[in-house]
Design a binder for this molecule. Sequence first.
Ligand SMILES: Cc1cc2nc3c(=O)[nH]c(=O)nc-3n(C[C@H](O)[C@H](O)[C@H](O)COP(=O)(O)OP(=O)(O)OC[C@H]3O[C@@H](n4cnc5c(N)ncnc54)[C@H](O)[C@@H]3O)c2cc1C
Length: 536
Amino acid sequence: MERSVENKNLNTPNVVIVGAGPVGVLTANLLGLQGIPVLLIDQNPRILEIPRAISLDQDALRVLQAAGFGEEIAASMPSISGIELISPFGGRFAKVNSLGSLDCHPRLVSIYQPELERILRNGLKRFSHVRLWSECTYISHIESESNIIVNVKCQGVACKITTGFLLGCDGARSTVRENQGWSMLGSSYKEDWLILDITKLPNLLNKVEFICDPKRPVAHVPGPNGSERWEFLLHEGETKEEMEKPDKVRELMKPWGDVSQMDVERIAVYRFQAKTVDWMGKGKIFLLGDAAHLTPPFAGQGLVSGIRDSINLSWKLSAVINKTAASKILSSYHTERRPHAKKTIRLAVLLGSIIMTRSKIKAIIRDTIFKLLYYTPLKQFIFDLRIRPENSFKHGLFIKNKKLTKTKIKVGSIFPQAPVKLPNGTFILSDDLFGQSLYIIGYGTHPLSVLDEYTKSLWEQMGGKTLFFSNQQSFYQQGSYLPSAEDITSAFFSAFGGLDRFVILRPDRIVAAVFSKENTNQTILEFYKIYLETNV
Ligand SMILES: Cc1cc2nc3c(=O)[nH]c(=O)nc-3n(C[C@H](O)[C@H](O)[C@H](O)COP(=O)(O)OP(=O)(O)OC[C@H]3O[C@@H](n4cnc5c(N)ncnc54)[C@H](O)[C@@H]3O)c2cc1C
């Protein structure tokens, strides 16, 4: 039997998302906030309760904030204080500090992935134009010049859905990717890992420990709500069935106490992969999350990469659907995200090779090198968590014009976040002021005071808004230009590097241009050409 989508009471959605894992649901939330009709489907009846992501970083938290989950983040995700690498030869041979915050979020927090997914699914209730169909399996699609017909099977019934865009958020074994003929390039590890999530522990950990013992490397990670994660590398010949037996778990856990007094909530065996798809998107079809890249968990960045995909693509899609941007901007999703995902995977593979060394000689050399690094200028880079690839792009949807002196803001990189004061006296985080809009932000001078009428009209066509930050003095001098925000911590003064400077800020908080007062009109014109003009 076949039926059309009308039977399920949803008008043709602009976007069909395959896969209601964390990346698919987050993307549906971000598109929902922009008013885009979305149909999200998943083959499973409910959220998967399996041990997967256990940590997120400040960039991921900032995206969750943008999707409206700021309060839930603070309530359910405790900070992790550091990462320690321990060896039987060199003792604690490296300590990475993850305390403190960056852009108003902790630099590392622990999460329970199914709980995060529940929060994200609850968020969908805000939108009458976003639907989630469970037990609905994507089968195939046909792309034409005007639309895409998606064939799905919902509770045994075949349906055809007509849509404008198809997003494959369908995980490691993505059928959307397979049907597109896009290949995953990279490698699979030869070894398996046993993963244990345990509660009711005698002592709680607040840092990550990598026990880099060549005999059996172990990762030990704090989780939320009094839980902890252990990951044990399996030896050659050890099977999943054997390792999941209670006696084996008791033996492995012996150094940490009597497991019969604890609660082993989840057990799984995984083989990790380090792969990136050759195309993250073309035309009207895009891949996000594990469907596009598979990261071994040693850097805790697999889901973080998917979250970055989600914010990068969702605002561009919304702008195209709302006709405030030309469809050509969508190609920048692949250009920007693929190199960054690859860099992240390279880091995770490197960390894995350090942690997993199975040779005693190599382990002793490793411990010695790390101890020596502590006395070199590389110390801060490695031991202050700066080793993670910066969230910035070499090529993409931005204008690389002449660099301004003293400014710390980099084109193609993430814009800082800080608290600001509004004219009505309330304090808010700057990202909450921007919402999901494209902005010209001035420091000390309001953009409207320098834009000519023609440029202003182009900016309006792009759906752009304007705002200025100021120190207290210029705030009152220019008070007639609203909206404006007072830079109460001077964080933006230090970032802009002076007055009369401007940035174009994308809704994903990536800086699209940095320019001086004199170049304002020219820069907006250039941006219009790459953003909305269709005849170039
Ligand atoms: C042990 C382990 C530890 C990890 N630790 C971390 C960490 O600390 N930090 C971190 O950032 N990441 C971590 N990760 C990675 C993280 O869990 C994944 O990157 C994340 O789950 C990917 O989310 P996703 O939404 O892309 O895919 P998934 O979560 O796999 O979701 C895909 C969804 O698509 C659905 N689907 C598939 N095919 C179809 C179809 N044909 N039709 C309909 N629906 C379909 C599936 O049912 C599923 O719900 C870890 C992973 C593992 C295994």
